[in-house]
Write a new protein. Structure first.
Length: 682
């Protein structure tokens, strides 16, 4: 087969020849290299209410004339647009900012034009200073430009321009007239009214998904309701769980995540430690959803049913806790949908239903949905209505189980439908999979995402991973949620590092990321018993009811409460991308700075990554960037231990004992450095 000539490939026939009138011939501005922009506007960048979006672009034109550029932005459905000027950064790069409002979707674009009045002002100033032209003639040329602006303006702006024109025309002193013509407020006024045919604009609007504040800053606590009991032979209820809500709230958590609360299948139910055979009384895995008592819209009767869950959600709200439910889109073999919609599932040639597998792992108690069924539109609608049902019951956060095993197009549609109706809803993606798949899910609409933090332990691993997450474009669409442990994962670091390992991972998770979570109470009591040779909990709560001793000696409750209090009181810890790693002379000590948008709140965090040994290191602070003098002392206040320090210069020594506390979260008091006010510390 003969190939198509290279130049003609993918070219629309007839498009190469166009008439002059097909071009916007008076528009000379070029706008390119826009940032942030996710896949040329195909996906939205993420923000929270009140956040300032910084936009940069290359904006230029032929010739030497001055330009103006501005951002245009609006909420979806609004008839009125907002706008703000962009400023040149040099080398044809421009920057502008706008603030987003309430949750929902908004859009922005960029426009620019040759600014003839700015060009005239610059030329007038130069020519008048050097005596290179007839100043009176130049002023008359400027008045002509003002007249054009006068005809384009309306209302108060038109009156202001007319007033300026009259003042300039009536001024008889040439020097005073020049000063009037060069006034910056006159330039700002006339720059608003460029020739409409000369204005260039991007060919697309770029979307921003504005989520509620908890999407950007949150502390999650995972709890199995059936284990809210003092006897492993007695199934816990939501009423039992209500009794420990004050304890969870006192630790400073604001999201309480519950694994599936639905009826659990009986067929092929799993026993203790994932045994393929369940004994009498074994509760099974909550992820084996569905029985004769109902499916994804039902609540396990032994938990207290739907009424019990409603009361629990209400009580949790009184303690400032959002209840997040697990959205696991698969079924047990006893789920009612298998009988009602058999074509939504996979069937073997022998007529048996296909259970879930991830070789060599087998999940005999779970069957996946067939998203390639000919009846896929009705399957999609049913799953959307499941989410709508729980929203109707007051749920606004969903932790989504294994979203990477369902079609991308389904998630794009589902979350688009839900967020259009309920922009306050948050979806957390539990997708421990390949990075590009995780990023794709985030682009499609997942509000937050689990990450590889769970397995990043060394200084180099943590630094590289954070640099990946906080660099554009990832930082604009991927919101990490750091979890040191989950019911599925007990990392080796926690298995062998004792209590110090749990403290280390707590501080790292809570300060590196603005959102983090723990699986409790296993985490706060430092539970580290694992299946030999595996990253799984021995006697896992996934297959059994656990009567936890929540006050076990050595627990981290007080420390967790303090860390979460520090997070709430310091804006520097309420964002993820604002991080600068510091030079240290030890591979075991990780140091980094975090700061608030106004730079009024700056924290220095130092963590000993070795849970076994005392480690010391020298840390280097960027004094110039912080506005510190190399020969004047500055103050640091450790927010965990309440100690105060006075440091001088770039390099300072710190010691961290994992058996006391392996980390410092220190606030820099730069104002005291400037004012030499040491009284606070003395």
């Amino acid at each position: 087969m003969q190939g198509t000539p290279t130049k003609a490939r993918n070219q629309d026939p007839g498009s190469s020849r166009r008439r002059p009138e097909d071009f916007p011939g008076r528009c000379r501005v070029v706008i390119e290299a826009v940032e942030p922009e996710i896949d040329e506007g195909a996906y939205a960048l993420k923000a929270v209410p009140g956040e300032t979006i910084t936009v940069r672009a290359d904006i230029f034109a032929d010739g030497h004339e001055r330009l103006s550029a501005w951002l245009i932005y609006a909420r979806e459905g609004d008839a009125e647009y907002g706008w703000s000027w962009m400023a040149p950064l040099g080398n044809d790069r421009w920057e502008g900012r706008f603030r987003v409002g309430d949750p929902g979707r908004c859009f922005y674009t960029i426009a620019g034009a040759v600014n003839r009045f700015a060009t005239w002002q610059h030329d007038l100033q130069t020519k008048h200073r050097t005596g290179g032209a007839d100043t009176a003639t130049e002023i008359r040329a400027g008045l002509q430009l003002m007249d054009k602006g006068l005809h384009l303006a309306e209302g108060r702006d038109r009156e202001l321009i007319a007033s300026w024109v009259e003042r300039i025309r009536n001024e008889t002193d040439i020097e005073a007239c020049v000063r009037l013509c060069l006034r910056p407020e006159l330039l700002e006024l006339l720059s608003r009214f460029p020739d409409p045919e000369s204005v260039g604009r991007m060919d697309r609007w770029l979307p921003v998904e504005v989520d509620r504040e908890r999407a950007g800053f949150s502390a999650w606590y995972e709890l199995f309701p059936r284990s809210c009991t003092d006897d492993p032979a007695r199934h816990g209820t939501f009423a039992d769980c209500e009794k420990i809500l004050p304890d969870i709230a006192s630790m400073g958590f604001d999201v309480l995540y519950l694994p599936p609360v639905h009826p659990i299948g009986v067929t092929d139910r799993k026993g203790p430690n994932n045994s393929p055979q369940a004994g009498p009384g074994d509760p099974g895995s909550p992820w084996a959803i569905g029985s004769s008592e109902g499916g994804h819209r039902a609540v396990h009767p032994e938990l207290g049913g739907l009424e019990g869950l409603r009361g629990f959600i209400s009580k949790a709200a009184e303690h400032g806790l959002d209840v997040a439910l697990d959205l696991a889109l698969h079924c047990s073999k006893d789920h009612p949908s298998i009988r009602e919609h058999p074509d939504w599932f996979y069937w073997r040639p022998d007529g048996s239903i296909q259970y879930a597998e991830n070789p060599p792992k087998k999940y005999e108690d779970v069957v996946p949905l067939n998203f390639e069924t000919p009846d896929w539109p009705n399957l999609w609608l049913e799953l959307r209505d499941v989410v709508r049902f729980w929203i109707g019951e007051g749920v606004r956060i969903f932790r989504v189980d294994n979203p990477h095993t369902k079609p991308f197009l389904f998630w794009e549609w589902l979350m688009g439908e839900i967020k259009a109706e309920h922009p306050e809803v948050i979806f957390l993606a539990e997708a421990f999979t390949r990075p590009k798949v995780m990023y794709r899910l985030a682009k499609l609409g997942f509000t937050q995402s689990y990450t590889y933090f769970t397995w990043r332990n060394s200084k180099q691993e943590l630094t590289r991973y954070m640099q990946e997450l906080t660099a554009p474009p990832v930082r604009h669409f991927f919101r990490p949620n750091f979890w040191p442990n989950t019911p599925d994962i007990l990392p080796e670091f926690l298995q062998h590092g004792g209590r110090p390992a749990f403290v280390i991972r707590l501080v790292l998770a809570a300060t590196l990321s603005s959102s983090y979570g723990v699986y409790g109470p296993a985490f706060e009591i430092c539970e580290n018993r694992a299946v030999p040779g595996r990253e799984e909990y021995q006697d896992s709560e996934k297959y059994a009811i656990k009567a936890w001793d929540r006050d076990r000696e050595g627990n981290l409750k007080d420390l967790i409460a303090r860390v979460n209090q520090v997070r709430r009181e310091n804006a520097a810890l309420q964002r993820t991308e604002n991080i600068l790693f510091l030079d240290t002379d030890s591979e075991y000590v990780l140091g980094y700075l975090k700061w608030s948008p106004d730079r009024e709140n700056i924290l220095l965090i130092a963590v000993n990554l070795d849970p076994f040994h005392h480690r010391e290191a020298s840390l280097r602070l960027p004094l110039d960037e912080l506005g510190l003098s190399p020969d004047r002392p500055y103050m640091l206040h450790d927010l965990l231990g309440d100690e105060k320090y006075v440091w001088t210069g770039e390099w300072n020594r710190i010691g961290l004992d994992p058996h006391v506390i392996p980390a410092r979260i220190m606030r820099l008091h730069l104002r005291m450095h400037r004012e030499q006010d040491f009284d606070y510390f003395m």
